[in-house]
Design a protein around this ligand. Structure first.
Ligand SMILES: NC(=O)c1ccc[n+]([C@@H]2O[C@H](COP(=O)([O-])OP(=O)(O)OC[C@H]3O[C@@H](n4cnc5c(N)ncnc54)[C@H](O)[C@@H]3O)[C@@H](O)[C@H]2O)c1
Length: 382
């Protein structure tokens, strides 16, 4: 089988992960070009590729230069979040399949433009997908399959927490970090969107959001470092969402899904607990005992802990390549990524307006012109 020529736009932190993934998929993909406004970064990464493969990818400064030289078959967008749509649309219009880093973008006007461009490209046989690599974790797949099979009965609630730490130096490491224009938000948009996507994948379509956001442990940052929200779903389920980059030294992401006949806990990407009802069960339930997680060996902590960070991306590339081969949608569609983006935006809109907001109104564009800011509060000195 011939390989797909592949270009990566953005040679920063996650661009290097994509290089690693593409090189590991050498039987399907050939890295032919790297793009970055920083020539030094692109050249440095091209040298790494040459050292590993013996062949040096071409280097460009802009997506326009890339496509002018002849578009590759697959373009990966790994630049600051607020640039994703502009670059993805240029690649789709040049005829490439496109894989976009999360989040889809920071702005729903642009996100809708991409959804339209992706639909038009799909009609031409092109696939466009957005990274949400934790959907491919064995633990996530087990929980999703259990819910889809009805094994949890009625899913009643979820609790998702992303209690991370990012230092001031992290926010200072790139001009775009911590800005509304290019990061699109803070702890929830950048670090938490993976978990938001999983929560929606498990609980279904969100209806409304009530939220608070705050900036508590960083300076010179426009966006929130702490967000809390309650979310309602059209199934009737309720969820609590928490994301922070102000939790030193950083704890593990934890996602609990609870239903009338089963519950599960994913902790640090591993299936920590799952119980699906067998027989009648006691009136008061099992109170957290009866863990069946070791029946699902593929989702056990040891298996997930053994994986490398790049493995999640490789699993998503596998899905993208299968979608191309089989002329089907990828698991992570632009519409799914747009819904996760809208849910995060709804948190910000609710926090700014101080009231509950409907996700459908956010998607329809009612708040497109709202200026987002973290409500200022008097924070006592520590
Ligand atoms: N999936 C994940 O787990 C994950 C992890 C980290 C980052 N990300 C996402 O990846 C994206 C990039 O994050 P990062 O941490 O790699 O950022 P980064 O700052 O390390 O890298 C971004 C790169 O893009 C380049 N760039 C900026 N403007 C450009 C332009 N107009 N054209 C071409 N190149 C340009 C910069 O020079 C830089 O090299 C963000 O959207 C982020 O949310 C995803």
């Amino acid at each position: 089988m011939s390989t797909l020529s592949t270009a990566i736009i953005g040679c920063g932190v996650i661009g290097r992960t994509h290089v690693d993934a593409v090189l590991q998929l050498a039987d399907r993909l050939t890295l032919t070009a790297l793009v970055d406004v920083s020539r030094d970064r692109a050249d440095a990464l091209a040298a790494v590729v040459e050292e590993r493969t013996g062949s040096r990818p071409a280097v460009f400064s802009t997506v326009q230069d890339l496509v002018a030289a002849g578009a590759p078959q697959l373009v990966v967008v790994a630049t600051p979040s607020g640039l994703h749509v502009e670059q993805a649309v240029a690649a789709l219009e040049a005829g490439a399949h496109v894989l976009i880093e999360k989040p889809l973008d920071v702005d729903l006007v642009r996100a809708r433009r991409l959804a339209a461009a992706a639909d038009a490209a799909a009609a031409r046989g092109q696939v466009c997908s957005v990274i949400s690599q934790h959907r491919f974790d064995p633990s996530s797949r087990i929980v999703h399959e259990a819910i889809a099979a009805g094994s949890f009965g009625r899913v009643t609630s979820g609790v998702a927490t992303v209690p991370w730490w990012r230092s001031q130096a992290y926010y200072d490491s790139g001009d775009w970090r911590g800005t509304w224009a290019l990061d699109g938000g803070g702890a929830l948009m950048n670090q938490g969107v993976h978990t938001v996507d999983l929560l929606l994948w498990f609980l279904g379509r969100p209806v409304s959001v009530s939220a608070e956001i705050a900036l508590l442990a960083h300076e010179g940052v426009e966006v929130e470092d702490t967000a809390v929200a309650t979310v309602t779903f059209d199934s009737g389920a309720l969820a609590v969402l928490h994301a922070t980059t102000a939790a030193y030294p950083g704890l593990g992401v934890r996602l609990q899904v609870m239903g009338s006949e089963g519950s599960a806990v994913i902790s640090r990407d591993a299936l920590e607990y799952i119980h699906i009802k067998e027989g009648d069960g006691a009136d008061m339930g099992l109170q957290g005992s009866g863990n069946q997680a070791d029946r699902y060996a593929a989702g056990s902590a040891s298996e997930v802990d053994a994986t490398q960070f790049v493995d999640g991306h490789i699993r998503q590339y596998d899905d993208l390549l299968a979608a191309i081969d089989e002329h089907r949608e990828p698991l992570l569609t632009v519409d799914a990524a747009l819904l996760a983006l809208a849910a995060v935006r709804a948190v910000y809109v609710s926090a700014v307006l101080g009231r509950k907001v409907l996700i459908d109104d956010v998607i329809a564009g009612e708040y497109d012109d709202l200026v987002l800011e973290v409500p200022s509060i008097e924070v006592p000195a520590v």
